[in-house]
Ligand binder design. Sequence first.
Ligand code: NIG
Ligand code: FE
Length: 415
Amino acid sequence: MKTLLKNIGNLVGVTDASVTRKAGEAMWNLDSFSDAWLLIEDDRILDFGRSHELTDVFVACADKIIDMNGQWVFPSFCDSHTHVVYAGNRAGEFLDKINGLSYEAIAKRGGGILNSADLLHATSEDDLFEQAMVRVREVIAKGTGAIEIKSGYGLTVADELKMLRVIRRIRESAPVEVKSTFLGAHAVGRAYQGRQDDYVGLVCEEMIPEVGRQRLADYVDVFCDKGFFTPDDTARILEAAAKWGMKPKIHANELDVSGGVQVGVAYNAVSVDHLERTTQVEIDILRDSSTVPTILPGASFFLGMPYGNAKGMMEAGLPVALASDYNPGSSPSGDMRFVCALASIRMKLTPSQAINAATINGAAAMELGHAAGSIAVGKLANFFTTEPLPSLAFFLYAYTTPMITAVWHRGQAVG
Ligand code: NIG
Ligand code: FE
């Protein structure tokens, strides 16, 4: 089945098929074809070009032709860090924060992640799936075509497995690429309060082998930060997970300069994420690695934290990714356009840099750069369309104005 989209106002984010990430200066370029066409075959991009080069051969081979009337086409967002499987919400803590409590203070008095774990424990697997799917549908409609989802609100063997089964079900049923990450070390479970070492033992000796046996996770994550897990705990967990082929993606440097970047890079992490408090030392370490630094400006916005030094990282030649961190405690939004707008407004990324960070580099941060993240021959036909736009900048400048007209996944319009 071949579908031809013609009269595209602007085909954004075009690359060669060989491009799987963009580092440093390459992030300035978001190549785009104005007045373009796009040919899809089944689930893949077969070809594209400019309208004046559209020959009869391409028109004749198409089973279906769609006149885009100047609409724009963007590669789908690749959101490489989320926690969309959770029960209920934490709007009560939102009020606590307004009244002056910090994220850490809420966690210390037994709220925060433990609060979500209690709610999740009391929620059936089917209900949890339905609640998560509401969020997944929401972000798909907002242009996300690939998403990483973490466990980490279970904190017992049974509840971590329950979360990971829900993620598997999302992968099997939603029109979006899904990667699954085991985050048993998100907080010390209630039954282990004051016994962090024993809890790390539970993660390593019981949770990871079971997750591995059931092949429920692509990656392993640890909240390596002040008040949560230490670099030594993290190394122990990464060692245990490596035996089951789970590569690391690490929460690091959100609350403090935590040592998480160092331990992540030492274990060949696919990404290290958050990085609000990263210094030149961490930037230099990342320079000698293939780990993707991933910044989550939605968490900085919601918790009033510093924004990551994305510009310093790009100047050092690194491939910066942006992700939403969609979760109930520090970023209750999965809107990747908003994430890009925040990156432009608060971190001074150009719209081109922000979109590269949220597409091709997000794909790289979940090892999908070969198949997603740009408009390239042979990559998946995962993209969204917008109304005709006056400029690329307008897409992030008018960041709450609805503009997305359709969402395509694997060559099919899905919303
Ligand atoms: O990425 N930092 C750790 N985990 C989440 C927050 C989780 C929560 O508060 O529920 C984050 O910000
Ligand atoms: Fe997170």
